[in-house]
Design a protein around this ligand. Structure first.
Ligand SMILES: NC(=O)c1ccc[n+]([C@@H]2O[C@H](COP(=O)([O-])OP(=O)(O)OC[C@H]3O[C@@H](n4cnc5c(N)ncnc54)[C@H](O)[C@@H]3O)[C@@H](O)[C@H]2O)c1
Ligand SMILES: Nc1nc(=O)c(N)c(NC[C@H](O)[C@H](O)[C@H](O)COP(=O)(O)O)[nH]1
Length: 220
């Protein structure tokens, strides 16, 4: 069992979601409003620890008018319980769940547990078991989940067949750089035959940004 998962991201025309230094202001104002409306429509929002460490995101609805109840549950994929104790995702603006791996330091888990819910999962090599996390979320009533990156987590989620839909903003910019993060990094697939297949659903322009929506053809 799993929630319906929408991958939401903004990238430059050359597919980068951040520069090599981690700078990632890509969407225009109109597009950010679209993303925050989507946040308010979803039960939960998930990012990887890499994104928490670089961006210190709030993961709340703050670009369109909203009440506290409109904020989705925040889910962090954090194998080693490295979330800093002063991170904004630990504030009281929304419920937060931190999923860790089975090798995470019990002391760090305890510190995080004082502030938010911590779920210990049994993934390979101490990583977060994403299937187990999806099952847990669905069981607590999360029917829709917005995946907001980053590049590494996006690949794992595709690799395990857990993404249903993609909504990506393509901004009229080129960032370049072989060390810049792309929409999907991770190990990648060996053969184009193994690439995730998509079907086009919709596209539109918001100021200069192109919004593309695709459905994932899952064969799992
Ligand atoms: N433009 C956008 O839409 C957008 C959105 C989100 C993030 N970003 C950018 O992406 C960058 C961060 O991406 P990233 O790839 O470094 O980090 P990430 O956010 O993808 O986090 C990856 C980390 O999660 C942990 N993890 C635990 N279990 C895992 C599993 N099963 N699979 C994968 N990861 C697992 C690992 O420690 C791994 O290194 C930042 O620069 C951020 O600004 C951009
Ligand atoms: N759609 C989109 N356009 C962007 O230009 C951008 N940088 C992100 N990136 C998403 C990522 O998860 C960021 O970390 C949060 O957007 C941080 O900001 P918040 O405080 O949560 O609003 N997403």
């Amino acid at each position: 069992m799993k929630p319906y998962v929408i991958l939401s991201a903004a990238m430059t025309l050359d597919g980068k979601i951040a520069t090599k230094t981690g700078s990632s202001e890509i969407s225009g104002e109109k597009d950010l409003e679209r993303v925050h409306k989507l946040r308010s429509d979803m039960d939960a929002i998930m990012v990887g620890i890499g994104t928490v460490l670089v961006d210190d995101p709030r993961l709340t609805v703050h670009k369109v008018p909203a009440k506290k109840e409109d904020n989705p549950i925040r889910v962090i994929v954090d194998s080693k319980a490295r979330t800093p104790l002063n991170s904004r995702i630990l504030n009281a603006d929304a419920k937060t769940i931190i999923a860790v791996g089975n090798n995470a330091d019990p002391f760090k888990i305890n510190n995080l547990s004082d502030k938010v819910d911590v779920l210990v999962t049994n993934g390979e090599k101490g990583e977060v078991n994403l299937m187990e996390l999806m099952d847990y979320l669905k069981n607590i009533g999360v029917n829709s989940l917005m995946l907001e990156g980053g590049a590494t987590l996006n690949f794992s989620m595709f690799n395990e067949g857990l993404i249903d839909e993609i909504r990506v903003c393509v901004a009229p910019m080129i960032a370049g750089g072989k060390f810049a993060k792309t929409l999907v990094d991770g190990e990648g697939f060996d053969k184009m035959n193994d690439a995730v297949k998509l079907s086009f659903k919709e596209s539109y322009i918001l100021d200069g940004d192109l919004v593309l929506i695709y459905l994932v053809k899952n064969f799992f």
